[in-house]
Design a protein around this ligand. Structure first.
Ligand SMILES: [Zn+2]
Length: 162
């Protein structure tokens, strides 16, 4: 899928080569709160954190991850599962308050064959959906337009976070 107007691509390209052997989720967790905005971290708890997706499918696309670096879902501790689910709930609240979507897709890609880009650190994708957001444009042309910049989304969701 081609994406029109993607200012975040620039920061992605300039990042490649510097930290591509590290894990961006661990880095974001470690650098919280000092570099929270730069790393797009909305919230970090003791065992889980919430990060905006740099390559969103829709405005408000975020990820809820354990702080601990693991790609093995079956290894998650009960305390981690509880905190991840609590942050999923709070993320939905913030997204509802900010954007009033008509629905959500929440999902995990586990393992190399799942189609996810990072399989070494678990992350739930949370994608707000609006009726009509899969309109003729992406279907016909393979083009998707993201109406709000990541910086604006970050500020909006930060204000709506409880
Ligand atoms: Zn990690």
């Amino acid at each position: 899928m081609e994406i029109i107007w993607a200012p975040w691509r620039l920061s992605y390209v300039s990042r490649v080569g510097k930290e591509d052997n590290g894990c961006f989720i661990c880095k974001a967790a470690k650098e919280y709160p000092e570099r929270a905005k730069e790393n797009l971290v909305l919230y970090r708890g003791e065992r889980a954190l919430v990060i905006l997706n740099k390559f969103p499918y829709n405005t408000g696309h975020l990820m809820v991850c354990p702080v601990r670096h693991t790609g093995d879902f079956t290894s998650l501790l009960t305390e981690e599962v509880v905190e991840i689910n609590d942050l999923l709930k709070r993320a939905l609240k913030a997204l509802k308050r900010a954007y009033n979507p008509d629905g959500f897709n929440i999902g995990l890609n586990l393992g190399k064959a799942s189609g996810g880009s990072v399989d070494t650190h678990i992350h739930y994708h949370v994608v707000p959906r609006w009726i009509g957001d899969t309109n003729f444009l992406p279907v016909v042309s393979g083009v998707k337009v993201i109406p709000q910049s990541l910086e604006e989304t970050y500020e909006t969701l930060k204000k709506c976070w409880e």
